[in-house]
Write a protein that binds this ligand. Structure first.
Ligand code: PAF
Length: 286
């Protein structure tokens, strides 16, 4: 496994692989890897000849009062895991290597970035879209792999790639969960033991949503039921519950007749957890 800390070395390494005829899969991460990231690596390995992983805690997607400084990091462990998973190339730049001191250009999705999580974290998706554009330009992969847990992020990236004619296929990979249903996230380690015990309420509420949609319910009723279920857990501080069209994330009015995504953003202490589930009135499931 080759570990590159500069853009130039990464470009040269991947260019040589491409020249040899290999297809490249990119898995962008912010490190502190878990089984969810390894599922992305596995999907990339199944679909591409070579797998590149980036590890970069991107400062521009954190707000001034957010957890950039306390975001968990363990590079040695990350590299061990990636080596064991058979990854070919790791790109691990410093912020100074990644961003020009006089950077002036940003990439943003005009509407998608400002709704849902974009309201709770203004500027977050601009930071994501910009860094993902840079990572795609540096690595020039055939495919790039992202978790479906970050549903809105995946929509933003797919829309950006479509709108800007970027020559890459974006692949969404299903959420990996702990045994008690909590979606895997690097932020889970920052939960107190009590909050960690309470956090599976998100998945419980999503499973309940699945049943309610199968029985027939309006989007507004579903939002209320899901919010009430999570509010019943005193440690949970609900930031948002949204039921949106699964494809476009547009608002849904009236009775649910087509697949919708239930999007959750819930704080436990100062840790913001997100989760999602696509539910369909026909099958009661994705
Ligand atoms: O999902 C993440 O870990 C990050 O938002 C990403 C896509 C690596 C961009 O920094």
């Amino acid at each position: 496994m080759k570990v590159c800390t500069t853009k130039a070395e990464t470009r040269a390494t991947l260019a040589a692989l491409r020249k040899a005829g290999d297809t490249i899969g990119l898995v962008p991460t912010m490190g502190f890897l878990h089984d969810g990231h390894l599922a992305l690596v596995k999907a990339a390995t199944a679909e591409c000849d070579r797998v590149a992983v980036s590890i970069f805690v991107n400062p521009t997607q954190f707000g001034p009062k957010e957890d950039l400084a306390s975001y968990p990091r363990d590079t040695d462990r990350d590299l061990e895991m990636l080596r064991a998973a058979g990854v070919d190339v790791v790109f691990m730049p410093s912020p100074a290597e990644m961003y020009h001191a006089d950077k002036q250009t940003i990439v943003d999705a005009t509407a998608l970035s400002k709704i849902l999580i974009g309201k709770i974290r203004p500027g977050h998706f601009r930071g994501v879209a910009t860094v993902v554009t840079k990572l795609l330009n540096i690595t020039q992969p055939d495919r790039a792999f992202f978790g479906k847990k970050d549903y809105q992020q995946l929509r933003v990236i797919k829309t950006m790639v479509r709108d800007l004619d970027m020559p890459v296929r974006i692949i969404g990979v299903p959420t990996v969960r702990e045994a008690d249903g909590l979606a895997m996230s690097s932020r889970n380690v920052r939960l107190t033991p009590e909050d960690r015990k309470a956090a599976p309420v998100l998945n419980k509420a999503l499973v309940m949503a699945d049943k309610l949609v199968a029985e027939g319910i309006t989007a507004k009723q579903l939002e209320r039921e899901v919010r009430d279920r999570i509010d019943a857990e005193p440690r949970a501080n609900v930031q948002s519950v949204d039921v949106r069209d699964a494809e476009t994330v547009a608002s849904v009015g009236g009775r649910i007749t087509a697949p919708v995504v239930v999007l959750l953003a819930v704080r436990f202490g100062d840790v913001l957890l997100i989760d999602q589930r696509v539910v369909s009135p026909q099958k009661g499931q994705r």
